[in-house]
Ligand binder design. Structure first.
Ligand SMILES: [Zn+2]
Length: 224
């Protein structure tokens, strides 16, 4: 005998209308679990709003949000728009990445109180999206390291497209592995309590951003 649960699942998979319902329920029911995990990095005051978008509306949402066509999820303030379906095997990781952005926004009531590079660096780590080719990065940094330091300090590093993002991923992993997520969370709490990002960074990590990046470069690549 086929159980009613399996029949329901089959209906959900093959009917386009209930298919999105099934997928929406899967995503929504994961949100509390995802927030619990992400709360290791940023306090969780309340759940972000998560919208599961129907596939035929992906382009419309990207257009409205000014996002390029490869973007798989968009977070705007405390709202997350999911632009992928169950076929995306990394969906929980992508959602965790976006939950971090939204929870930072909710906690600090702004996404401007931490630099974009730091927000992205930690989100990549939270979403376990930190695989970068060390040799490729080493080769790139050899002539570009001083520029990269300047770009991180000016918070323009993400504008350096591919390599900027790769470096940010790498630094996020370094910070989280070397100092631990509790320090990341403590830094965000210190900002909420009134410190600037730079003051909080120095207080929690004991070094300023430039010193940490230079340590990262030395420890990862043996260069100064
Ligand atoms: Zn992001």
């Amino acid at each position: 005998m086929v159980s009613s649960r399996i029949i329901l699942w089959l209906i959900n998979c093959f009917s386009p209308i209930s298919g999105i319902k099934y997928w929406t329920e899967a995503v929504i029911s994961y949100v509390p679990k995802g927030c619990r995990y992400v709360s290791g990095f940023v306090p969780n005051l309340r759940y972000p709003k998560v919208y599961v978008v129907e596939e035929n509306k992906y382009d419309k949402i990207r257009e409205l949000m000014g996002a390029p066509n490869w973007v798989k999820a968009i977070t705007k303030e405390d709202e997350i728009y999911i632009l992928f379906g169950p076929e995306n095997k990394r969906w929980k990781r992508i959602l965790n990445h976006e939950l971090f952005h939204a929870m930072v926004y909710i906690y600090l009531q702004s996404d401007k109180r931490i630099p974009a590079w730091f927000n992205e660096a930690i989100a990549y780590y939270v979403g376990k999206n930190y695989d970068v080719d060390p040799q490729m990065i080493a080769k790139y940094l050899e002539p570009h390291f001083p520029e990269i330091v300047e770009a991180v300090l000016a918070d323009t590093v993400l504008d350096i497209d591919f390599y900027g993002c790769a470096v940010v991923k790498y630094i996020g992993r370094y910070l989280c592995v070397k100092y631990g997520k509790r320090k990341v969370k403590a830094l965000i709490i210190a900002i909420k309590d009134g410190l600037t990002f730079e003051q909080a960074f120095k207080t929690i990590f004991g070094l300023n951003v430039e010193e940490v990046i230079k340590n990262w470069y030395y420890e990862e690549f043996g260069k100064r």
